[in-house]
Each structure stands twice: as structure tokens, then as C-alpha cells.
Design a protein around this ligand. Sequence first.
Ligand SMILES: *[C@@H]1O[C@H](CO)[C@@H](O)[C@H](O)[C@H]1NC(C)=O
Ligand SMILES: *[C@@H]1O[C@H](CO)[C@@H](O)[C@H](O)[C@H]1NC(C)=O
Length: 411
Amino acid sequence: MKTFLMWVTAIALLLAFVSADNTPKIERISGSAGDVLEDDPVGKLKVYVYELPSKYNKKLLLKDPRCLTHMFAAEIFMHRFLLSSPVRTLNPEEADWFYTPIYPTCDLTPTGLPLPFKSPRMMRSAIQLISSNWPYWNRTEGADHFFVVPHDFGACFHYQEEKAIERGILPLLQRATLVQTFGQRNHVCLNEGSITIPPYAPPQKMQAHQIPPDTPRSIFVYFRGLFYDVNNDPEGGYYARGARAAVWENFKNNPLFDISTDHPTTYYEDMQRAIFCLCPLGWAPWSPRLVEAVVFGCIPVIIADDIVLPFADAIPWEEIGMFVAEEDVPKLDTILTSIPPEVILRKQRLLANPSMKRAMLFPQPAQPGDAFHQILNGLARKLPHDKSTYLKPGGKFLNWTSGPVGDLKPW
Ligand SMILES: *[C@@H]1O[C@H](CO)[C@@H](O)[C@H](O)[C@H]1NC(C)=O
Ligand SMILES: *[C@@H]1O[C@H](CO)[C@@H](O)[C@H](O)[C@H]1NC(C)=O
């Protein structure tokens, strides 16, 4: 066993050396989905931004500026981006898409935890307002409207999966296009036609922690984060469906695995020194690690069965990452050490492509190819709207009084 490990470590160091040497060479992903990342949405769609009272957006932010830095901040930055984007139109008659600037996740506990309990009422109130002040909502009941709903389970508006499933997507948003972080196949909280986006990770902060790209990757597997959520799930079978607990129990003493619950100040630097970065599910299937891994060129090892990844129609996740089934976590060491070096090198070269990193970030100011532009590309690809978008005169789908009674109270 010991010689095996030494051998593996030697290979890892060798790979680190070779890959460092290769970093400047950027591989184009010809013929595969990666090409779409370069698309320019300008000229392909027009977006009308509704004007709402500031209590739906800016006032919430004034009350709690921490909303600008948490992992759901895309709802704020997307608003700012659209206001000055060339795709914005001031004439709603020529709009392809309607955007309602609302920050449903900007409601934080004193410790900074966003809890979306008021979001349904707030959404309902905003939709009431746009549908009575403009004719466009009633024309489609939202089918040409999009909403940014980045919370854990999107427009299901609950942080616990069971409760989120029980609630389902807010009835008034059934026909809208939801731009959300949550993505899992065959899940009630993911509507067909939604756009899955990366969680927000602070671009400047990440930039500030960049180390020289030729730094050897001497860590084989890296992970920092919880294995058990002792407060909410002491046994560890429910949190992360047991996958994180399995990582810890199987590999806590394995020298190839640099894993711990401590978040060091060198977290970002460490990811740049690692070959593989574990991205297991937590309460939700996604986490900011996915963004961090791509930005720092560490091959993401995605452990979240049925996850739908951000911009999956544009980013070749199968080629840049590794997918490990939740039940295969105990075999993680064998799986990762038996990947041929040339496969690892190819993934690293693809990750070095700046278009991958750009697509993961919401920078200020925006840049061509960034996550804002990928969202617009996703909306543009859904055009033209098909006939079913527009209701026949007198037609109706939405039921304004369905859903939990608590959601029907005024906001
Ligand atoms: C849209 O429909 C609702 C009733 O479903 C109505 O109250 C509202 O006035 C309509 N909006 C416009 C602009 O006509
Ligand atoms: C709307 O939903 C409520 C509550 O679920 C239900 O009582 C009502 O019958 C529904 N209305 C229609 C028109 O389906």
C-alpha cells in the first residue's frame, strides 16, 4: 500500500510539473459546445427592464449591503448589468424579453444567512404591480418574462430540499423563464427551459489571490468545507445525502487527500496548487467551489447525482471535469489515480482557456463572454418565442390563489 501511494504521489508531482509547463498553451474546443461561449448576444435580443419602486431592490440592499457579496449576489449584479447593457430597450413594444428587477434573496439573518421566507410574497406583489401597470404580463402570463432566482432551490423558495419540493415553483412563475443556480434533472424545482447559472464568487478577491500559473500542482485532491452539518443533521446521512461524510470517513487519513473543515487564508492559493478539487453536493447540489475550481484551473470532481451544471449547453463539463456518482465516493482514490496522465493534462489545458473562467464570473464592469453574456446568449437561443407564448383572448393558465395561504398575504 505504501509503495503504491508513493508511486501515485510521484505521478501527481510529475503531472504537476508537466502541466505547469503546458499552461500557456490554450486549447480551443473546436466543434464542441465551448465555441458558443464566444457568442455575442448584442443584436440577438432586446430586453425591457421594468421600473419598480426601490423597495423591491435598492432599498433591500441599502438595508443590508452584505447581499452584494454572498453567493446569490447575481440577482443584484444582473440588474445593474442590464441597466447599461446595449441589449436593453426603453421601448417595451420591441422587447423580446421582460425583466423584473427584484432581489428576493436579499433578506439576511443577523449571521448573514439568506432565508427566502418572504420571497414568495414579494414576487407576488411585484407581479401584481407589473401586470396592472403594463399590458405585457397579461399577454403571456409571464412566458416572455425572465426572473433571476439564485437561492438554493430557485423559485421553490426554501433552503431544505423536502420543503422546497413540497412548495414547488411559485405558481405565478410557472410560465416564466427562471435564471437560477439550482439545477438537478427531474426535479420539481427545475422547470424545462430554465437557465442554470454559476453562483456568485467575488472576481476581484479571486484575482487578488492569483499565483503564478506555472506553480506546480503538488496537492492531489483538495477540499475544504463541511463533512457533517452537526446542527441540522448530526448523523450525517441526510446532509449531502451522506456523500461528504463518506469522503471524510474513507479518506481522512489518506495522504493523497488534503481535506479538512478548516478554511485557511490560503484557500484560493491551495486550489491553484491542486490537481483535483472536490465539488460534492451540500444541502443543494451546487456550491461556489465549482466556480473556484474552474477559475483556478483545478479539475472539478463533481459529486452530485443528476446535477445540471451552469450553462451546460455552452460549457463542456464532461471534458473539463470528472463526474463521480455519490455511491462511488468510497472508490474515489482508485477512480482518480487511474485517470491516464494525458487525460488529466487535456482537462487542465481546457481549463486554462480563459473563456471557461470568464463564463463563470460576474465581473464589474462586465466583460465579453462573462456570465452576464452567457445568460443573454441563453435567452437569445430561446428566440423566437413560439406561438404558445401568447395567450388567446380570454386565455388563462395561472391561478392567483393557489399555493400556501401564507404566500397570499400582502408583502
Ligand atoms: C391584467 O389582468 C388582471 C386580472 O387578471 C387585471 O386586474 C389587470 O388590470 C390586467 N392588466 C391590464 C394592464 O389590463
Ligand atoms: C385556484 O387554486 C385554488 C387553491 O388551490 C383553488 O381553490 C381554485 O379552485 C383554483 N382556481 C381555478 C380556477 O382552478
